[in-house]
Design a protein around this ligand. Structure first.
Ligand code: SF4
Length: 476
């Protein structure tokens, strides 16, 4: 299973802003479940609540009531650099010469280690092992008194992927890296319904706007920094020249919700079209197309329509397993997957089944799912994957971190992979298939985890991040 990255949500210009952000974060929960947090302001102070676990588990009425003000930003996190401790939970905050500041970051800064070392040598100190703290320190370091100029200067020094929401007592800034790896959209609630002008909303995924009855205006552009203050809405370029974008294709394949429109493409339509393409590239005779829920469902529908083979829910997902679930012992190794997926014997027994999933990364989960389905005695199991083989690590915020852990990197042939996961056959959609059928422009997307063509310079500091020498533990 791929662990998601992060989600960010922010609101400017409405009373009880934190409640709106709470709703938005709950919608974005699929993008990260390790920690969550909100920072708000009424113009005099920043109010902060961050904690480990999911939004609904961590926040309660007193915590939300504490978060005063008309502006707020929030974050749900899966750690890609930095360990899952409270000190790395976001938004992160600091008091710097230019005032109190909070940052919510989705992405991974590939030159963070180098900048951190440079700043440490200058006498700066760090409280976390998160690459996001480097951004705050750079803003503090910037050779300007003006807050907006300082942020722009700091962002122009970053490499890698970032979607950011930055809050000071008077300003909310939203920014997207020049290559536009991750999505960020801007919406508006009503017309001048607050005392301080227009109400703007930012979300990692635009379908989160409907939760707070906001209307989408547009996406934040790659290389754009939007500043919202009493002066109104201003927009700046981060770098003087905007390069060709390299948006993460995995946002469409897996991360985003099917209800969202990401990079101008409906996620639902995209997955359906990829399912159809997969059926053309790897046809198979079978009785049922069975999705691995939830992210395999839409591609399985496309596969079913193209192949004419009926779609059936042969695996039911339980949504009630939290991170608090404790496996009873190492001996019961399939317990986790059994608690997550329940096979429907009536669909599977004696039938030729095509299992459709969004990806195979390490292969361990796919192997457990195939074993689970086999227990219901199907005649055959064919595994079809709506992404190409993942052969290379991601340095831009997703947890495929080393070559060794990737199944398609260890095994060359489809037969070998099929044998490893226990299926009768395996088929992956091709790299061209990701772009031809849904008609999206191939060279505006990052697909480095499939073809190894990284859109930024990668060096030994790009991924590993840094170990925090101060260890701490927060038990829920
Ligand atoms: S390497 Fe893969 S997962 Fe990472 S940003 Fe590029 S396409 Fe997305």
């Amino acid at each position: 299973m791929i662990k998601e990255e992060c989600g960010i949500f922010g609101v400017y210009g409405i009373s009880e802003a934190a409640r709106y952000v709470y709703l938005g974060l709950n919608f974005l929960q699929h993008r990260g479940q390790e920690s969550c947090g909100i920072v708000s302001t009424e113009g005099k102070s920043l109010y902060k609540q961050v904690g480990l676990g999911k939004v609904l588990d961590f926040f309660d009425e007193p915590k939300i009531n504490y978060l005063e003000g008309f502006r707020a930003i929030g974050h749900v996190r899966y750690s890609t650099t930095g360990s899952p401790t409270l000190v790395n939970a976001q938004p992160i905050t600091a008091s710097i010469y230019k005032g109190a500041i909070a940052i919510a970051h989705n992405g991974n800064i590939t030159n963070a280690s180098l900048i951190r070392e440079e700043l440490l040598k200058k006498g700066k100190s760090f409280h976390s092992s998160s690459d996001s703290e480097v951004i705050i320190q750079l803003i503090a370091e910037a050779p300007f008194d003006n807050f907006t100029d300082s942020v722009r200067w700091a962002l122009s020094r970053l490499e890698g992927s970032f979607c950011l929401l930055i809050l000071s007592k008077d300003i909310l800034i939203a920014a997207r890296d020049p290559l536009g790896f991750r999505p960020l959209s801007i919406g508006k609630i009503g017309d001048n319904i607050s005392e301080i002008g227009d109400t703007y909303v930012f979300s990692s995924e635009d379908s989160g706007f409907s939760i707070v009855e906001a209307e989408k205006i547009r996406d934040v552009n790659p290389n754009e920094m939007i500043v919202i203050s009493q002066k109104g809405f201003e927009t700046f370029e981060i770098q003087s020249k905007t390069p060709k974008p390299r948006r993460c294709i995995f946002e469409l394949i897996y991360f985003a919700k099917p209800s969202s429109v990401v990079f101008g493409k409906s996620v639902y339509d995209y997955r359906f079209e990829i399912g159809r393409r997969l059926a053309k590239e790897y046809p198979v005779e079978a009785d049922y197309i069975v999705p691995v829920p939830d992210s395999g469902i839409v591609s399985a529908l496309g596969f079913s329509q193209e192949s004419g083979i009926p779609f059936a829910l042969g695996l039911i997902r339980s949504h009630y397993i939290g991170r608090t679930f404790i496996e009873p012992s190492q001996k019961i190794r399939d317990f986790g997957v059994k608690m997550k997926f329940l096979p429907v014997r009536e669909v599977i027994e004696g039938k030729r089944i095509v299992l459709v999933d969004d990806s195979i990364v390490r292969g361990t989960t796919s192997k457990k799912i195939v074993k689970l389905v086999r227990e219901c005695r199907p005649k055959e199991i064919h595994f079809r994957v709506s992404s190409p083989p993942v052969k290379n690590p991601c340095y831009y915020g997703i947890d495929f971190s080393t070559y060794e852990e990737l199944l398609a990197n260890r095994m060359e042939s489809m037969e070998e992979i099929a044998r490893f996961i226990g299926a009768d056959s395996v088929g992956y959609v091709s790299v061209d298939g990701l772009f031809d059928e849904p008609k999206i422009e191939k060279n505006t997307f990052c697909r480095a985890c499939f073809d190894g063509e990284y859109p930024t310079a990668i060096n030994e500091f790009s991924k590993d991040g840094f170990e925090n020498e101060i260890k701490e533990q927060h038990l829920k």
